[in-house]
Design a protein around this ligand. Structure first.
Ligand SMILES: [Zn+2]
Ligand SMILES: [Zn+2]
Length: 855
């Protein structure tokens, strides 16, 4: 019963820690209540056409073919003769939704929106579309609705195709783009004969938004170096040419239309996006038409990336922006207020306008960002006790007024250049202040959570020490316990009161109050702590320091492995040498040899590239065959041992699992060859894949509970879905890992005999079905610290052995082709989260068992 309460408490505590990440790091940056700011001078354009070529990389658009012709001749012509160009730098996560939000609303969306699949509006926000008189948009149902939904009133119109059209397995994805171009043409055709529509499209402050998903879809399906991706770029180029001439014709060449082409994010060489690789974050930006600068010839310009030479564009000035800067650029071109939450800085170099206009626009931009800063500061001030509040020093109230007044007077004196640079200073200060207030509570919350975490860890350690050592002295002094209880209750009330007067959100109460009961539980065991301390003090000093250094080193390796996977290799090589420094080497030569070999083999995986690899299905086949070989060998052994009775049911299950492995290997091969020949995903393959996935969850439960049989069964059933999700060398990873785990069990058995000969468990006769009380097995030994470190290290290896944290995001879509080919972020995400899971569980089980055995 006590154990149950403990487990529930542990789960709760961990849920709180997990949730705290969202409150500490991933909070919405948005504030509300600002007044819209508009430049007082007339805008250069009456309407704006925004083309977003989803997933278009800057380099693929700008670079020349092998024979020197541009990928997009029309757009190249614009760069050279008509407009301005540059690279727009996007932020992580390089996904469609945050990219579009940055482009159109001018802010970088908070990462917590990923929990909602980037689909719904987690918060209301203002956008250029919302500020426009009318916006018509055409494109994907994943993108358009979010701007229509946030807009006030009925003035943002959307025309979407159906979600089923986005199949990137079989069809020709350029159809998504031709659909958009055709519908725009039809729309204007209809406007000619429809009087109300005609007057609407002739209004000022009109936005036309063409979302072109074909390039992204083709990039996912065929990768950006493919013929399909490049052909799609050409199609888009032609389409834009058509639309521009159609619009100029429609509006009678009035010279009042501005055009912008950009993309929401790029794409890696292997057809994914989401992370921060330059191929994902560098997107093109080309602007032309009313109010946009003509090409500026330069003799020399320097950029750290050496793209200019490659693109043969050294002579035309490259104007780089941050993605959010495009929102104020668009707003300024058609003269609508800057989106309220925009943090973009108007890229003046793109404007073909008077110095006065530029200065006024920059002033408006500064006031608009300052507004957000002021509101954020007021909010924080209101919810913090006045004597605890530390304002942002660099931008006090008087400083704000001074800068604004000075900038105003510069504009009056026609010192526009000075005004602009002053406004830029103000903007950068305001942005710095915004992030200061945004992260204001981070330290305080972080400390609370760390307190809770340290408390919980200490409590668990105390509990283990209490149950597994002779340090159990439960001579509870009643009076002191009661005193302690009252003391902690008082602290809790105090903290709650403190939070209450600061009107903190309810989640803060959890983070700050959680450490109280946890630490109460720790302090209650102070007698055990005393004993433990006196025990540790008897240790020789040199030895203690040695242990501390080794411990610190081990933990550092674990932490570093989150950032540099190769650290895992270092750790694994050290593990390989472990039997040599202990006496295990002499004790069991074969086991040690296996251990060392497998450690070294596994050490190779973190060194292999996580990204940029080409699919290599034959390696998956090899992995399938190896596992089949192992299981047949085991089957043969099982049948030979005649003295034991083998039930028929057990054999059937083993055969079924072998069949499932063989099928999975076949399905992977057939799916990839079928997709290669553009025949789509065979339905039968899809059915087999999903059945395998479902059956892998319960089949191991039916297998016999004997040690070898159960472990093999678990391995087999986890391998088959893993094979289906693999595209290359990673298929071999779980094999090596489970081999190593297996030899580890034997190693630990040897290590245990090292201390006590009476403990000689026979692995083969062990049975999972017994519920053993682990507390009665044996007492804790120092070696258990090493053992638990191995355990944690192997978990980390299982996670990052073949990928890093970012690779969960920038996954290779090819790896889930066996399951589905229609774009569905939710199912895709779940499948990929499942993918590292097989290694995890197949290692946990043997280890969990080893723990049971030796713990
Ligand atoms: Zn996209
Ligand atoms: Zn995409």
């Amino acid at each position: 019963m006590n154990m149950l309460i403990f487990i529930i408490a542990g789960l709760l505590v961990h849920c709180v820690f997990l949730a705290s990440i969202f409150d500490i790091y991933f909070t919405s940056p948005l504030v509300h209540g600002m007044t819209p700011q508009r430049t007082p001078l007339p805008p250069p354009a009456k309407r704006l056409v925004l083309f977003v070529a989803d997933g278009l990389r800057a380099d693929t658009l700008y670079e020349l073919d092998d024979n020197g012709t541009p990928q997009a001749p029309y757009l190249r012509n614009i760069i050279e003769y008509k407009g301005s160009w540059g690279v727009s730098h996007t932020h992580v996560p390089t996904e469609s939704r945050p990219g579009h939000v940055a482009l159109i609303a001018g802010f970088y969306e908070d990462v917590s929106a990923v929990a909602k699949g980037w689909k719904e509006n987690p918060v209301e926000f203002d956008s250029v579309f919302n500020e426009s008189k009318y916006t018509w948009s055409w494109g994907s149902p994943d993108i358009l609705p979010m701007f229509a939904k946030g807009a006030s009133g009925d003035h943002v119109y959307t025309y979407c195709y159906t979600a089923e059209k986005e199949d990137f397995g079989a069809q020709d994805a350029t159809k998504l783009d031709t659909w958009v171009f055709d519908h725009v043409k039809n729309f204007f055709q209809a406007a000619r004969s429809n009087q109300t529509l005609f007057s609407k499209v002739n209004e000022e402050k009109v936005v036309l938004f063409l979302h072109l998903l074909g390039i992204d879809t083709n990039g996912h399906a065929h990768r950006p170096n493919s013929r399909e991706y490049k052909d799609n770029i050409r199609k888009v180029d032609e389409g834009i040419n058509d639309i521009v001439s159609m619009l100029e014709d429609f509006y009678g060449n009035d010279g009042k239309t501005a055009f912008i082409l950009t993309s929401d994010h790029g794409m890696t060489d292997w057809g994914s996006h989401g992370a921060g690789h330059p191929s994902e974050t560098l997107t093109p930006l080309i602007a032309w038409g009313a109010g946009v600068n003509y090409p500026q010839k330069v003799t020399f310009q320097f950029f750290e990336d050496e793209f200019l030479k490659e693109w043969k564009l050294e002579k035309w000035k490259r104007l780089d922006v941050n993605q959010a800067d495009i929102a104020p650029l668009m707003a300024s071109l058609i003269g609508v207020p800057f989106p309220l939450n925009s943090v973009g800085i108007l890229p003046l170099d793109y404007l073909n306008n008077s110095a006065h206009f530029k200065a006024e626009s920059m002033f408006t931009n500064a006031v608009q960002i300052l507004e957000q800063f002021k509101i954020k500061m007021t909010q924080k001030k209101e919810t913090t006790l006045s004597f605890l509040f530390t304002p942002f020093q660099l931008l006090s109230d008087t400083e704000q007024i001074n800068i604004l007044r000075k900038a105003r007077s510069y504009i009056h004196q026609e010192k526009y250049h000075e005004a602009v640079s002053l406004c830029k200073t103000l903007i950068s200060l305001a942005l710095e202040g915004l992030s200061y207030y945004h992260t204001y509570d981070r330290l305080f919350l972080g400390i609370s959570v760390v307190m809770g975490f340290v408390g919980w860890t200490s409590y668990v350690i105390l509990l283990i020490v209490k149950t597994h050592t002779s340090l159990t002295r439960s001579t509870h002094d009643k009076a002191s316990t009661v005193l302690l209880l009252y003391g902690f209750a008082a602290i809790g009330v105090l903290i709650a009161f403190f939070l209450l007067i600061q009107t903190c959100p309810w989640t803060y109460y959890i983070y700050c109050l959680l450490p109280v009961p946890v630490w109460y539980a720790v302090v209650k065991e102070f007698r055990v702590i005393q004993d433990l301390a006196s025990l540790l003090l008897v240790f020789p000093l040199g030895q203690s320091i040695g242990f501390l250094v080794a411990g610190a080193l081990g933990i550092e390796i674990l932490v570093f492995s989150f950032f540099y996977r190769s650290t895992l290799t270092v750790g694994l090589i050290a593990f390989a040498g472990w039997p040599l420094i202990t006496r295990l080497w002499a004790q069991a030569k074969v086991t040690t040899l296996c251990w060392t070999l497998l450690c070294l083999l596994l050490a190779m995986f973190p060194l292999m590239p996580v990204v940029g690899r080409e699919p290599n299905i034959s390696l998956v086949t090899v992995a399938g065959l190896v596992i089949l070989l192992i299981s047949s060998f085991f089957l043969a052994c099982l049948c030979k041992s005649k003295n034991k009775y083998v039930p028929k049911k057990d054999l059937t299950i083993l055969l079924f699992q072998m069949l499932s492995i063989a099928l999975s290997t076949y399905v992977v091969n057939s799916t990839h060859s079928s997709l290669h020949h553009k025949q789509g995903l065979p339905v039968i393959n899809q059915i087999i894949s999903w059945t395998t996935l479902a059956s892998s969850l319960f089949v191991p439960l039916l297998s016999p509970t004997f040690f070898f049989q159960r472990l093999l069964s678990i391995l087999l059933s986890l391998m088959s879905p893993y094979l289906l999700l693999s595209t290359g060398y990673e298929a071999l990873f779980p094999l090596v890992l489970s081999g190593l785990m297996f030899s580890w069990i034997y190693m630990e058995k040897e290590a245990l005999q090292h201390y006590d000969d009476s403990l000689k468990p026979k692995l083969a006769v062990l049975n999972f079905s017994y519920t053993t009380d682990i507390t009665q097995f044996r007492q804790l030994h120092l070696d258990d610290i090493r053992r638990s470190f191995f355990f944690v290290f192997f978990i980390v290896t299982a996670f990052f052995g073949t990928g890093n944290i970012a690779s969960v995001n920038s996954f290779d879509p090819a790896s889930i082709y066996c399951f589905l080919t229609v774009f569905n972020p939710f199912i895709m995400g779940s499948l990929l989260v499942w993918k590292p899971f097989p290694h995890r569980s197949c290692d946990f089980r043997p280890y969990g068992f080893a723990l049971l055995l030796f713990g």
